[in-house]
Design a protein around this ligand. Structure first.
Ligand SMILES: [Zn+2]
Length: 380
């Protein structure tokens, strides 16, 4: 199979191919336009959904992509491959699939990770009426992680300050403080926002309007980024002692969910996150549906041999948003660098993403079918 054909060059192309394939496969489509932001050239930005299978299915696979904007290139290709290789024909009994294209269309269209407000959607799903979690070490880091220029002396100062921080607190503390989410610096890294983002509000609407009849929701949220070549990393955010964690382990293998495996695949111990979408949707569904699944990463970036390389994509995104603006000279090469991390154009990566994604859809849907049958037997 020529896997490269499923990958799009732009958000607009990915979106029209999603809509066309979904229509051809007989899906019911809904479109939500983002009134708050535009894409390159003033283009309209939309989140689209496609429903396959019975309208009253009690088991639903919810499959999202583009939660982290540019990471949607991989997820969108996976969805397109599933739709056009007879995926919708093979749904188990009483099972539907709800595909969500571009949770964060602004990030997808611009090739960035955050939303129009520089918010990381996967830190935004928490109770904004309560006090936001603090991240005191981030407050220390923010000053030197946000240089005013990208020249060599500035980079050198930043790395030296980072090295001093690591001496004091350790390497993991730096990674954790930077990426767990922070709610104090809107122009900083992994900012979680102080109110629900548009994407968050629309996802909650979709859950309310599309999943009210569901008793079992399986969840795959496609992401990309960590160094590798299309291998999957399963980030299951269910309580490890829960039946839902065991359910996901049954679909994808206990080893795939084991923290040792995940940390090895991730490249270091994972950060302690707050406000991720998985928990937000799980909580919203809790009154009537069981919720099992994972954030699944396609490994994509080249190996990062130095701290400067490891931070580069995030640094450039912040630079483009807050220092240079999107139209300044040189920005094209920076956008391209970021793109290479999340959606490289290597053939091996395309092949591995599509092969692994289709296998993941297959095992998940077999599992969803079993889940429904177990339930039917229990009700007999
Ligand atoms: Zn991501």
């Amino acid at each position: 199979m020529d896997a490269g054909k499923f990958f799009s060059e732009t958000y607009d192309e990915a979106r029209s191919r999603f809509l066309e394939a979904a229509t051809q496969a007989g899906a019911r489509i809904q479109t939500y336009e983002n009134p708050l932001a535009k894409g390159p050239g003033g283009a309209t930005l939309c989140l689209d959904t496609a429903w396959f299978g019975p309208a009253d299915a009690t088991s639903v696979l919810l499959n999202t992509c583009g939660t982290h904007g540019a990471e949607g290139f991989a997820g969108s290709a996976a969805q397109l491959a599933w739709m056009t290789t007879c995926g919708p024909m093979d749904l188990p009994r009483d099972t539907a699939a709800l595909l969500v294209h571009a949770v964060n269309p602004f990030g997808f269209a611009w090739g960035l990770r955050g939303t129009e407000n520089n918010v990381d959607i996967n830190r935004n799903f928490l109770d904004h009426s309560a006090e936001h979690p603090d991240n005191p070490l981030y407050d220390e880091l923010h000053r030197f992680l946000c240089p005013k220029t990208l020249d060599e002396p500035a980079m050198h100062r930043m790395l030296a300050a980072g090295a001093r921080f690591v001496e004091l607190h350790g390497q993991w503390a730096l990674e954790d403080a930077m990426s767990r989410g922070q709610y104090t610096h809107p122009d900083g890294y992994h900012y979680g926002g102080l109110a629900p983002e548009w994407s968050n509000t629309i996802m909650s609407q979709i859950v309310a309007s599309e999943l009210s009849q569901a008793a079992r929701v399986g969840f795959i949220d496609w992401h990309s980024g960590p160094a590798g070549d299309g291998e999957l990393i399963h980030l299951c955010f269910s309580n490890p002692a829960s039946a839902e964690f065991a359910r996901a382990a049954h679909w994808w293998g206990r080893e795939a969910l084991d923290p040792a495996t995940v940390n090895a695949m991730w490249g270091s111990k994972r950060p302690s996150r707050r406000g991720i979408m998985f928990w937000g949707l799980e909580a919203q569904l809790a009154s009537h549906a069981r919720f099992a699944g994972a954030v699944i990463e396609f490994r994509s970036a080249l190996h990062k041999p130095s701290p400067a390389k490891a931070i580069r994509a995030s640094l450039l995104e912040r630079w483009l948003r807050f220092e240079s603006g999107f139209d300044a000279p040189d920005t094209q090469q920076y956008f391209e660098e970021i793109r290479e991390d999340y959606a490289p154009r290597r053939k091996s990566w395309h092949d591995n993403v599509i092969r692994n994604a289709l296998e993941c859809y297959r095992t998940t849907l077999i599992g969803m079918g079993e889940w429904g049958r177990e339930n039917a037997r229990a009700a007999d």
